[in-house]
Design a protein around this ligand. Structure first.
Ligand code: GLN
Length: 550
């Protein structure tokens, strides 16, 4: 039977519960245990698919088409195993299930209540991944902060599970903040004491306390936290700020988080953690021999979390190339034909980001034009690929009004159009083309060279597509449609062979990049940017030399 670890958060949000949960999972996995992580979010949306990135950051999509919280991205990047529909549950999803059952008459005659009906459904879902001998350990991260009204039913469910299971089968790890008061030059434990007390009032007693802190915790402070939070001193774990999230598992290893967890779960005699690949990645990441600047052209660039997986995929790909990737945020809303060169000329490559709606699309099209005309490495993802198709239509094929019907219904050249099976869909939640689909690659194309294979599987999240009515026009004009869905002929990849590196993909490769398997498209894009940078500097060297000879 699986054992359960719950991770709660206290004092403030944004403490990095997802990273701590993923790091603990990584350490347990590295000792040969089968581990999965799930996230329970207290909001009422059935999933985060309907949330604006400004509200909740990127929406992460799983192979089986779930639109989920971005923390699932961290779980996959750390563990290198896919998550699924079951790994992210919201209050909305719980209520939807209970209300549907009520309408079907499953509770006939009974008053349906938060306790026990909602809490029972939460418990059922919390235990689900532990069934069927697939995992030794299921880690559940509870979204929100202890004390929030909306997370009460989740905490109550944890209380009941803890009561029902043997002590050694279920533990609670509480992540909290130890603030430093500069004026007093002191670390303060009181907020942590309060948050643990609040959790205890709700009936849940944490077994391990992980303390986020900017300064090291000395023994005296650890003892104080232990005493007032009712745990032994070895169960107080310091979590100092790290220079990269990928360092956190090693820091947690040094602090003994995995050891105390294994002790509490009565899992004995595990082998030492096998983290060679991880350490190798980290050493490459920390010791780059080169650097490149990549422009991220998007409309949510002011919010880091909006493009989380893209940024992480660049970190993986950078390490692989031993190259630091500096991301230069370029707000697509303010990019115009007049100022494109000024914003983009110093870059080594351009990535046009995914997105929805018309805000900022003209700027994205300008970025594509600039990269295409200047021979600058270009990578377009989802909307970014669609913008590449529009740009080619307008500036190479000469269709000045080429557009996507998402933004311009009346265009006479709808080169990007709503997918056929989307035409009758009116409801917004969970209705896009979602999840993993196969794609056949044209032999000798850039894509097939990069992937080193003729069939790939990538994840999707979109409603519009390349309009196949224009297939031949584009082909004749030199655009190679190098990736095609074998079932319905949808164009998934476009590229320009005469350009040093120009590729647009309808899917989201960033969602499949992990520490152990950096995504090949990102790896080759960074490599292309590096090549360009080197070529440019050699050129300018030659120019300087010839100028000085003259
Ligand atoms: N808005 C576009 C579509 O729905 C692109 C979506 C995306 O970039 N994820 O097709």
């Amino acid at each position: 039977m699986a054992k359960y670890i719950f991770v709660t958060g206290g004092v403030t949000s944004s403490l990095g519960k997802g990273i701590i949960a993923a790091s603990l999972a990584k350490l347990l996995q590295s000792r040969g245990l089968r581990v999965t992580i799930q996230k329970f979010d207290p909001y009422i949306n059935v999933d985060p698919g309907t949330l604006n990135p400004y509200e909740h950051g990127e929406c992460f999509v799983t192979d089986d088409g779930a639109e989920t919280d971005l923390d699932l991205g961290h779980y996959e990047r750390f563990l290198n195993i896919p998550t699924s529909q079951a790994n992210n549950v919201t209050t909305g999803r719980i209520y939807q299930t209970v209300i549907n059952k009520e309408r079907q008459g499953d509770y006939l005659g009974k008053t349906v209540q938060v306790v026990p009906h909602i809490t029972d459904e939460i418990k059922r879902r919390m235990m689900l991944l532990g069934e069927g001998d697939r995992f030794d350990i299921v880690i559940t991260e509870l979204g929100g902060t202890v004390g929030d009204i909306e997370s009460l039913p989740f905490v109550e469910a944890v209380r009941q599970i803890q009561w029902e299971l043997p002590e050694e089968d279920c533990i609670v790890v509480h992540l909290t903040l130890i603030p430093y008061l500069a004026a007093a030059k002191e670390l303060k434990t009181k907020p942590t004491q309060h948050s643990v007390r609040m959790l205890s009032q709700e009936g849940v007693h944490p077994n391990v306390i992980v303390c986020r802190t900017e300064h090291p915790l000395n023994d005296e402070i650890k003892k104080k936290i232990a005493l007032f939070c009712n745990v032994k001193t070895d169960a107080v774990i310091e979590a100092m700020d790290a220079s990269t999230i990928y360092e956190v598992p090693l820091k947690m290893l040094d602090e003994g988080l995995d050891r105390i967890v294994l002790k509490k779960l009565h899992i004995e005699n595990r082998s030492e953690p096998e983290l060679e690949k991880w350490k190798d990645f980290l050493s490459k990441l920390k010791n780059p021999t080169n650097q490149v600047s990549i422009g991220l052209i998007g409309k949510y660039v002011e919010l880091q979390d909006a493009y989380k997986s893209i940024l992480e995929a660049f970190i993986h790909a950078g390490a692989m190339n031993r190259c630091k990737v500096n991301i230069v945020d370029v707000h697509s809303e303010f990019l115009t034909q007049e100022n494109a060169a000024e914003h983009l000329k110093g870059l080594d490559g351009v990535l046009v980001a995914p997105g929805f709606g018309s805000r900022g699309v003209e700027g994205k099209i300008e970025a594509v034009r600039y990269a295409r005309e200047q021979g600058m490495p270009f990578f377009g993802i989802c909307l970014g690929m669609q913008m590449a198709v529009i740009e080619y239509g307008r500036n190479v094929l000469g269709w000045k009004d080429a557009h996507s019907t998402e933004m311009e219904q009346e265009t006479s050249h709808p080169v990007i159009d709503l997918m056929h099976d989307q035409k009758d869909i009116t409801s917004k939640g969970g209705t896009m083309r979602l999840g993993s689909y196969a794609c056949n690659l044209e032999s000798n194309s850039l894509a097939s060279k990069i992937y080193g294979s003729s069939v790939i599987h990538e994840r999707h999240r979109h409603r519009w597509e390349f309009n196949n009515t224009y297939l031949n026009d584009y082909k004749k004009a030199g655009l190679v449609l190098s990736g095609i869905n074998p079932e319905n002929g949808l164009v998934e990849i476009v590229e320009i062979p005469s350009h040093p590196f120009f590729i647009g993909v309808q899917f989201h490769p960033e969602l499949k990049s992990t520490v152990e398997n950096p995504h090949p498209l990102f790896v080759h894009f960074v490599k292309a940017a590096l090549d360009r940078k080197q070529a440019m500097s050699e050129n300018s060297h030659i120019q300087t030399v010839s100028a000085s000879i003259a």
